[in-house]
Every structure is written in structure tokens, then in C-alpha cells.
Design a protein around this ligand. Structure first.
Ligand code: GLU
Ligand code: ZN
Length: 466
């Protein structure tokens, strides 16, 4: 690793509080966090709540809770403060006003009075003549008198950035490599909306610069926004961060991860009982070629994070992979932690029983019913096993159980003597009759936990002449 990569990197996560924390965003937050931790830099949380209609405090609070749950602590942010605050864009209006004034005074920004209908008509004309639709620059050359006339008519302008002509914007993306955009392909874009609120291109860029961010990491969908943001910062004489754009997160069918793939928010996975370290281990390997295949504790993640191993190909989120990491993570819990995770008042014996047979807390419910409740109806595989064993087998099992004192070894010895069966032929039908499942926890433990009358009743169900 070169010395340059080792200098402290300042990253940030800049969510808009308009919904729950999506796995895709959690992943870029994780990578940004790890990059800062790896280099001894800083990780900043900034809330991009400029869309007053869609932003909600409850989403912001939930976001903060979910980030903390994942262990992605920030060094500066809305609740912890820091030297570059405030960290909510809704509170940074004064800072933006100064910059708008500067750009306007220098002729780098101008008011645009076009109405939505004007813009729609212009786009239509452009499409008809085979040109890509972009702002035609209608208001760029308005005289003072023309502006005054529009103001007098009560038109509320947006503020547009005057994109310089005939220039190439070049930068090296940390993931995509060298990039080059021609300014003539970029229309003058809005930096302040009609209602006075700042537009994303603007406040996102100037805040990154003002907060000392050195490395922006975000989704691919922002790659083409970058030349606009670089031009803006250049016009303002502000330092630009480096940018990196990671590939999209997709579902198992290759489509962008969305509701129809099932759970997509960190919150939902948490509610279902996934451990944060399981989620982290999965996200860590999505679009990031890890040098370690095995499970990693949170403290080890920064050391193994390789920014140069971030991928631009879409990364596939697979629930089976997450389940794998969940299993790995559960194995590493202490008995007390496992008990707390199950969040129920189970006996030590029951916890021992299910310790290696549940992936989510809900799985324990079915074992609770096995131990003391009604069995679910048998599945096809289970039915076959029971039928193959035959009624005589279970009659023999009943009498063997009566002489076993609840000890599986004794029971199976007797049963073997009486039926001549051994191995899976003996154990499988017994397991299915007692639990309703062909797989599950240790049978010896189960036999001790299931009350004797229930054991007898379950064997009798399948016995000859029950
Ligand atoms: N608020 C923006 C978003 O949610 C941030 C994009 C960025 O990271 O620059 O997409
Ligand atoms: Zn205009």
C-alpha cells in the first residue's frame, strides 16, 4: 500500500431522510466508514434534508439508530456536533446564500424565469430536432431590464449555474478510473429552487468541500453529476474532494434491489433478528473483493478494506449469503448473548438444544412446539420416512421407550434388538415421529426435553393398532 493511500481520508455519508436506510446506502456508508477508519481519517454524517416535503424527522432518527446499530459511528454529525456544523442542510441556508451571492456577482449564476411549461416545450423542440434535451440557456443573456420586467410580473426565478462553454472536465474516479465530460453537453443546471431551497448538485458539493471531505464514495447513479459539481466548486474557488462511484446493488434477478425482492431496509433485517455483524459481513463483500473469505469481526474490517478492490459491476444481494453469515455470527455468540438474542424465557436445556439449529429467533418457535406443543403436519419427505418404517417399528419403539428411562442410547439398543434396524433406518423414523422434521437438534437432548406422555402419544400415532 502506498503512502498516499495511507494519509488520513475524510469521508462522509449524506443520506436524505426520505425513507428507511436501504441496504445499498448502508453499503456505501460502510465502505466510507471503513476507508476513514483504515487511514485514521474521519467519517462525517450529514443529513441532506433540503427536500422539505419529503424529509421527515422520524426517518432521520431511524437512520441514526440503524447506523449506530450497524456500528458505523461518525466523528462529526447532527447529534455529536463538530467544527463544520450544522450537519443538517436545512440549517445551512446562510452559508448557501453567501455562495449564491458570490456566483451571481461574478456572472457565474443567473436567475431563470422559465416556467415548467416553457421548459417542457423547449425539451420537445429539442427532441424533435434530434438533440438531447437540456436547458437551452434561454435566460442566460437577459438584460437587467428584462429581468426587472419578469420580476414585476411576479415570476419567481430559480438560480442556474452558467456552465462554461468548450471545456473538458476530467477527473479520475476511484472506482471507474479516468473520466472526461464535455461542458457543451451539460446544460445550465439549477442550484437554487424556486422556493429558495438549495438544489442537490449545489449543497452536496459545497458542503463536501466546506466540511473538508477528501473522498466521496457514492452510488453509480451519481457519476454523471460529478462534472457539474466539479465545475461549481471550481467557480467558487473551493477545493474539490476525490470521487468514487460504486456499482449498484441488485437483487438475485439482476434488477435494482427494491421492495419486490423482500426486505431491503436495514431496519427490516434488524427486526427479523439478523445480527448486525452478519449484515456487515455480507455488505463488506458486495462489490468489494475481500482478501479474506472467512467471517470477520467488526474490528478487523477496516484492515481488510481495499478501496482499490471496489467494483463497478452491479453487486448481487443474496439472502442465502446473508443467512450464511448469520449462522457464522450466531456460532460466535456466548451462551448469554445467544439467550439475549432469542429474547425469550427459555430454559438452559432448550437453549442448548436449539443453539445450532436456528438462524432467526422465529425458528425457535417451531422447536418450542416440538418440545411442548403440537407438531406441524408431516411434509412429503417425512411421510415417506414414516411409511417406510412401518407400524411395527413404532410399536417396538413404544415398548423400547418404556424401558429406556428417556435415554436415547438405551432406547435405540432395544429397538435395534427388536427390529434389526440400525443407522439412519432407525434414527430417521424416530426423529420424524418425535419432531415432525427429518432434520434438527440432537435427538438425545430432544428426548430428554419432550414430556414422556407426548413422546408416547407421538409414537403411538404411527404404531400398529394404535
Ligand atoms: N443525498 C444524496 C443521496 O441520497 C447523497 C449523494 C452523495 O452521496 O453524494 O443520494
Ligand atoms: Zn430560463
Amino acid at each position: 500500500m502506498s503512502a498516499i493511500n495511507q494519509s488520513p481520508v475524510i469521508t462522509r455519508f449524506a443520506p436524505s431522510p426520505t425513507g428507511s436506510l436501504h441496504l445499498g446506502n448502508a453499503r456505501t456508508a460502510l465502505f466510507s466508514h471503513l476507508w476513514a477508519r483504515k487511514t485514521g481519517g474521519k467519517f462525517i454524517l450529514r443529513i441532506e434534508d433540503t427536500d422539505l416535503e419529503r424529509s421527515q424527522d422520524r426517518f432521520r432518527d431511524q437512520l441514526i439508530t440503524d447506523m449506530r446499530w450497524l456500528g458505523l459511528e461518525w466523528d462529526e454529525g447532527p447529534d455529536v456536533g463538530g467544527p463544520s456544523g450544522p450537519y443538517r442542510q436545512a440549517e445551512r441556508g446562510e452559508f448557501y446564500q453567501g455562495l449564491y451571492a458570490q456566483l451571481s456577482a461574478e456572472g457565474r449564476a443567473y436567475p431563470c424565469y422559465c416556467t415548467a411549461e416553457d421548459l417542457e416545450l423547449s425539451r420537445k423542440l429539442q427532441r424533435m430536432s434530434g438533440k438531447p434535451p437540456r436547458y437551452a440557456g434561454t435566460c442566460r443573456g437577459l438584460t437587467h431590464a428584462e429581468r426587472a420586467e419578469r420580476e414585476a410580473r411576479g415570476l419567481k426565478p430559480t438560480l442556474r449555474f452558467a456552465v462554461p462553454f468548450d471545456r473538458q472536465i476530467e477527473f479520475t474516479d476511484a472506482v471507474h478510473g479516468p473520466q472526461r465530460f464535455a461542458t457543451n453537453d451539460i446544460g445550465d443546471f439549477i442550484i437554487r429552487r424556486e422556493d429558495g431551497t438549495p438544489a442537490f448538485f449545489f449543497c452536496n458539493a459545497v458542503d463536501d468541500s466546506a466540511m473538508g471531505v477528501t473522498q466521496v464514495l457514492r452510488g453509480d447513479d451519481h457519476l454523471t453529476n460529478t462534472p457539474r459539481q466539479l465545475m461549481l466548486l471550481d467557480a467558487l474557488g473551493m477545493r474539490s474532494p476525490a470521487y468514487g462511484h460504486v456499482g449498484l446493488l441488485v437483487g438475485e434477478d439482476g434488477a435494482p434491489l427494491s421492495k419486490r425482492h423482500g426486505s431491503t431496509s436495514v431496519h427490516e433485517f434488524r427486526e427479523r433478528g439478523f445480527l448486525s455483524i452478519a449484515v456487515l459481513n455480507h455488505l463488506f463483500r458486495l462489490g468489494h473483493a475481500s482478501d479474506i473469505d472467512g467471517w470477520l469481526p467488526a474490528a478487523e474490517l477496516p484492515r481488510h478494506f481495499r478501496p482499490q478492490h471496489l467494483g463497478r459491476a452491479p453487486a448481487r444481494f443474496e439472502v442465502s449469503q446473508l443467512m450464511h453469515w448469520q449462522k457464522e455470527s450466531l456460532e460466535r455468540l456466548s451462551a448469554a448473548e445467544f439467550r439475549a438474542w432469542l429474547a425469550a424465557d427459555d430454559s438452559i436445556e432448550f437453549i442448548d438444544l436449539v443453539r445450532h439449529n436456528v438462524i432467526l429467533p422465529a425458528d425457535a418457535d417451531s422447536w418450542r412446539r416440538v418440545v411442548n406443543g403440537d407438531l406441524e403436519p408431516l411434509g412429503a419427505e417425512e411421510k415417506r420416512i414414516v411409511e417406510a418404517a412401518g407400524g411395527e417399528f413404532f410399536s417396538a419403539a413404544l415398548s423400547a421407550y418404556a424401558q429406556s428411562n428417556g435415554d436415547l442410547k438405551l432406547l435405540t439398543q432395544r429397538l435395534k434388538e427388536q427390529t434389526g434396524r440400525k443407522g439412519p433406518d432407525l434414527f430417521m423414523p424416530l426423529r420424524v415421529a418425535l419432531t415432525g422434521h427429518a432434520h434438527g437438534p440432537e435427538l438425545a437432548l430432544l428426548l430428554k426435553l419432550i414430556p414422556a406422555d407426548l413422546v408416547r402419544q407421538r409414537l403411538r400415532t404411527h404404531a400398529q393398532n394404535p
